[in-house]
Design a protein around this ligand. Sequence first.
Ligand code: NAP
Length: 272
Amino acid sequence: MTHFTDKVAVVTGAGSGIGRALSVELARRGARLAICDVDTHGLAETEALVRQAGAEVKADPLDVSQRELVLAYADDVAAHFGRVNLVFNNAGIAFTGDVEEMSFKDIDRVMDVDFWGVVNGTKAFLPHLVESGDGHVINISSIFGLFAVPTQSAYNAAKFAVRGFTEALRQEMVRDQRPVKVTCVHPGGIKTNIALNAQQVEGRDHDKLASSFDKLARTSPEKAAKVILKGVENDRARVLIGADAWVLDAFVRLTGSGYQRAVTAFSKRSGL
Ligand code: NAP
């Protein structure tokens, strides 16, 4: 018997990376899974892994930025399983470019998936989580929700917004004694496909960006999933993943806005 036995858990962006690792780990711990992704091929692979781990699973294609579809999906999942206990709003994309180079469309796309996708998932499932009497919302932000770096303004904006939205929601649930816990997750560099699949403004070298990310990312998605689930078990408000996340969080706390000088110097030196 684990904390997750028989709980109904929803994972968005389950076709790859952290979402896949979370789905498999939840399956191993006895949860019943509703998994979704825009990448139907990756989703089918995760579905097979979850079944292998012995869990009941419902897999559906879903674009989290499509609000009406997310609302319908939440009702469908609740009707299928009879209840919903955990929602991991994990789906996300990356984009690289300076503010001067990016179009409004580029910024909209990142905000639509990385911010509005989280809001859509949270709002759509919240009534079902309350009804379960034992709910938990887990929203995936980033260390880029704790500090900003050049070329990541849209991603930074989305991830800071996820943090603010999630922390306010947690306080509301506690204040009103609602039966829903809330956790905000800030991963450091996790070895996933996010940089490989990322888009960037014209003129940026995609391969250089992806290989730099690969060098910096130190934590496996499987380890990340375990850290997230430990944070969920312990009802943590904030979960940091990886030594990089802990060090950078401490650095920002110590230096205040002064961290920006160090980040700008690193960006100049590395050309990132
Ligand atoms: P990943 O391996 O690329 O997995 C993300 C999954 O989400 C992919 O299958 C992707 O499909 C899917 N997705 C993209 N847009 C979607 C949409 N609109 N609706 C539904 N699914 C969508 O990335 P990851 O690294 O595991 O990222 C998971 C979360 O962690 C993201 O929110 C990310 O921002 C956050 N994060 C990651 C890191 C890191 O270092 N990896 C660090 C901090 C935070 P496609 O492949 O087709 O796009």
